[in-house]
Design a protein around this ligand. Structure first.
Ligand SMILES: [Zn+2]
Length: 191
C-alpha cells in the first residue's frame, strides 16, 4: 500500500479534520513520507492549512474533534491551526485541552504558517504553556536536559534567571551551573 492508501484506510475515506469525503489527499507535516507524519485532508482543509486560502474560523470548529485524535499528525496539525486561530477564545481553549508529547509539541511549533491577522511578522518565543517569553524573564526547566559540550545535565526544576531571547524563536539563552547555554523554550516554564 502507498501512503495515500494507508491514510484512506485509516481515515475511513474522510478528511481527518472535517469529515468531508471529497478530494482527499495526504498532507505531510514533515518531509518524511510516513503515515504517522501525514494526514488525509480535503481540499478546503489543505488550502487553508497550506496558507493558500485565508483561514475561515467557522470551518475550523471541526478541530474540537481533531484535538482528541489518536493520530499524532492530526493533533500536531490541529495545534498549528489553533495557534493561527489564537485570536479566538474558543481556539485558545481547545489548544489548552490538546495534549502533545514534548517532541510533537516542538514539531507543532516549528511551522506555524501565517497568523490569522497576518501582521505578526515576528514569531514569539513561547514556553511549554504557550506563554510568551521576554528578555529578563525567569524560567524553570521542566525536563532534565543534557547540555551538549557542557558535560552536565540541566536538572528539571532548575531556575534560570534573566534569560535572553535568541534569533531562533525556539531557543533562549540563560545561565545554568554558571555556564551560559542555549535552552529550548518548549522545555521551560515562565515563573
Ligand atoms: Zn477537511
Amino acid at each position: 500500500m502507498n501512503l495515500e492508501q494507508i491514510l484512506l484506510t485509516r481515515a475511513h475515506n474522510q478528511c481527518e479534520l472535517c469529515q468531508n469525503p471529497n478530494d482527499l489527499r495526504p498532507f505531510l507535516l514533515e518531509s518524511a513520507p510516513a503515515a504517522e507524519s501525514a494526514l488525509l485532508l480535503c481540499k478546503i482543509c489543505r488550502a487553508q492549512a497550506q496558507g493558500e486560502s485565508p483561514m475561515e474560523p467557522h470551518h475550523w470548529r471541526c478541530l474540537a474533534d481533531g484535538i482528541w485524535s489518536e493520530h499524532r499528525a492530526v493533533k500536531v496539525l490541529s495545534y498549528r491551526l489553533l495557534t493561527r486561530l489564537g485570536t479566538h477564545d474558543w481556539a485558545r481553549e481547545l489548544q489548552e485541552q490538546l495534549y502533545l508529547e514534548p517532541e510533537d509539541l516542538l514539531l507543532a511549533r516549528e511551522d506555524l504558517g501565517p497568523a490569522i491577522d497576518g501582521d505578526d511578522t515576528q514569531t514569539p518565543t513561547l514556553d511549554s504553556n504557550g506563554t510568551r517569553l521576554q528578555d529578563g524573564d525567569s524560567v524553570t526547566i521542566i525536563k532534565d536536559l543534557e547540555v551538549k559540550g557542557g558535560g552536565f545535565t540541566a536538572k528539571r526544576g532548575t531556575l534560570v534567571k534573566n534569560i535572553k531571547l535568541t534569533e531562533n524563536p525556539k531557543h533562549i539563552e540563560g545561565r545554568v551551573n554558571g555556564v551560559q547555554i542555549v535552552l529550548i523554550a518548549a522545555f521551560l516554564k515562565k515563573t
